[in-house]
Design a protein around this ligand. Structure first.
Ligand code: CP
Length: 317
């Protein structure tokens, strides 16, 4: 993140690289703006009118890429959709040179997903454009956590005092890292749960409890954030089958009903592996906020883009 400033009155950072270092005022500034867009989605507040936003997704995406595209469109801007396979990255051009060339075409916003931790921050430091992290390796996925918390706040009215269980492949999850930071900043108790292979000592001192026992973790939970196994990041073959995983760590209506609070809600960033980390009954049932998360993602991304734009004046090339 570029120079740390207070977001509460006005967003004065040029980027959103991560949630590390943001305080509750910063987070609430995004939620307040997102709620305004949610209340009036057809707002004539065309904050990005005349702006070009380059969407550079070097890892697969459905929700994040489409959601940013909708957000840019609703704010009156235009998206440049960058396809890695048909780009000159294939001929060895660097990502920085790609950015510089898209800037020469007029792009001033770069929304980037990449498999390498920290690469978006590095690009930001070499450019005056605005960069939004749409997921960098296992590091952070800030807009996902913002939309998760916005959706949770909508369902529960406040985050402070909630017990939130994050279950699954936490080790490889940028979604978990951003969520842990934001949930703790807003006063939730965060319980992490998964098989030993998916936990890490880096979370000691950050989370309230780390456990390999899902039933015990679920006791008294107000919300559960379920994560998929990130097979694309695994270095070694897992020593359990999908059936074993579902038996020990799969979220089901029966399990949630037995151990969590009666009105416990379920979140998942997607994509779902049904009957591996979550049952279809639960994913499609009344506790599930999963499609609400996707719906709210547009308002969060509109909020981030508009707050960044308000804090900046771009030079035309
Ligand atoms: N939640 C999320 O990042 O989904 P996509 O990978 O489909 O963008």
């Amino acid at each position: 993140m570029s120079a740390r400033k207070n977001f509460s009155a006005r967003w004065t950072q040029k980027d959103l690289i991560g949630l590390k270092g943001l305080n509750s005022s910063d987070l609430n500034a995004v939620f307040t703006r997102a709620a305004q867009f949610q209340k009036n989605p057809a707002s004539q507040n065309l904050k990005l009118k005349g702006e070009l936003a380059a969407l550079i997704f070097l890892e697969a995406s459905t929700r994040t890429r489409m959601s940013f595209e909708v957000a840019v469109h609703r704010l009156g801007g235009h998206s440049l959709i960058f396809s890695a396979q048909s780009s000159s990255l294939e001929k060895g051009e660097t990502l920085l040179d790609t950015v510089k060339n898209l800037e020469a075409l007029g792009a001033r916003f770069f929304i980037i997903r990449n498999s390498e931790n920290g690469i978006i921050k590095e690009l930001s430091e070499k450019s005056s454009s605005s960069f939004i992290n749409a997921g960098d390796g296992t590091n952070e996925h800030p807009t996902q956590a913002l939309l998760d918390l916005f959706t949770l706040k909508e369902a529960k009215e406040k985050i402070k005092g909630l017990k939130v269980v994050i279950v699954g492949d936490i080790l490889h999850s940028r979604v978990a890292r951003s969520n842990i930071l934001a949930l703790k900043e807003l006063g939730a108790a965060v319980f992490l749960c998964g098989p030993r292979e998916f936990l890490s000592d880096e979370f000691q001192g950050l989370a309230d409890r780390i456990s390999e026992d899902l039933n015990e973790s679920l006791i008294g939970a107000d919300a559960v954030l379920c994560l998929r196994i990130q097979r694309e990041r695994l270095k070694e073959k897992l020593n359990f089958t999908p059936q074993d995983y579902f038996k020990n760590f799969g979220l089901t209506e029966e399990r949630v009903k037995k151990y969590a609070r009666p009105n416990c809600v379920i979140l998942h960033p997607g994509p779902l592996n049904r009957e591996v980390e979550i049952s279809s009954e639960l994913a499609d049932g009344p506790r599930s906020l999963i499609l609400r998360q996707v719906h709210n993602g547009v308002f969060i991304r509109m909020a981030v883009l508009s707050l960044i734009k308000e804090g900046r004046t771009f030079k035309k090339s």
